[in-house]
Write a protein that binds this ligand. Sequence first.
Ligand code: NAD
Ligand code: DAU
Length: 355
Amino acid sequence: MTILVTGGAGFIGSNFVLDWLADPTAEPVVNLDNLTYAGNRANLASLQGDARHSFVHGDICDRALADSLLATHRPRAIVHFAAESHVDRSIHGPGAFMKTNVDGTFTLLEAARAHWGTLAGDAKAAFRFHHVSTDEVYGSLQPGAPAFTEAHPYEPNSPYSASKAASDHLVRAWHHTYGLPVVTTNCSNNYGPYHFPEKLIPLMIVNALAGKPLPVYGDGQQIRDWLYVGDHCSGIRAVLAGGRLGETYNIGGWNEQANIDIVKIVCGLLDELRPDPAGPYARLITYVTDRPGHDRRYAIDARKIERELGWRPAETFATGIRKTVQWYLAHADWVAQVQSGAYRDWVSTNYAARA
Ligand code: NAD
Ligand code: DAU
């Protein structure tokens, strides 16, 4: 048996593939990724020569490719990570988000439905389409409001979250209308190794080490619920193995923090692990123009996955963020490689005009 992973060269997808194959008894992985700016084969370098990992450079919007991979490998599950994932990029260019997140998910669902229709007996009963989604589909919470449960209304506010909400609705409809055996997970903000330095935590680490400003949007009081990426991967494995068909499961870290506090924690760890003779890294914190439509607060109620599947995060924020900062300090080569010309263009597009 095999599983088909989409987007397995990105941040979470590559962590998932590495964690999955760390188990010597695990099923092989076919990894479909079209290597956008966020996809990086270097994340998978440790799998070189491992016959259990087959990398396919291709687009989830390519129906013929999806059909051929499903017919050739006959996976018992599809774990669908591939997406455009950065809110700020969705504000500058929403088109790619509609194409990959909406049309790409539709294409995969149709290919999965056709493939599932060819299965019988145990193979048909065991097949799963696991859709990896986000807490951002629920919109923004008022201070003190209860955390998002799976029953929270969908209120997406950015082109990114709207495209992910659309994909969640497609997945739901393919289950209700066609009976496709789906599960969906909605997770909070991840952090950890291989996180592309356009997102808050890795951006702060790489900018601080380069002595550059640490750009905090607005007043820095926006709240996110941070989860170590390895815990997201274990949550996905739990839902894939035991989640009820057609259900959605929230995954979160029980760890709400304001952005400015996250940035100060990162600065404090760098002060300890790589002190800068010029002074504490927090001197680089710079408040800049806010993100348009910026969601004020996310918080995940992760009791359903704990009640039904016994999943809880293994890392605390203190242990996870320390490991993460240590990983970036130990992987200067990876950081240098991802800071290509295209990365520098993005930094200029997103930050140059912010006061
Ligand atoms: P990422 O941007 O780091 O990686 C996305 C991957 O998808 C890249 O490898 C990219 O090359 C690939 N990809 C993009 N378009 C593709 C296409 N058309 N065909 C094939 N491959 C394509 O994203 P991530 O942070 O790893 O997020 C993975 C998934 O998890 C996404 O669906 C995202 O919505 C969801 N998610 C992310 C977070 C988070 O904090 N990062 C939290 C919750 C949910
Ligand atoms: O909640 C899950 C989501 O988390 C995922 O679905 C997304 O794919 C992922 O990118 C993430 O979205 P956010 O917008 O919350 O993540 P980001 O790292 O871009 O920003 C985190 C917070 O930090 C947010 O409030 C914006 C703020 N921020 C971000 C950047 C890049 C800054 O203040 N300065 C910055 O330079």
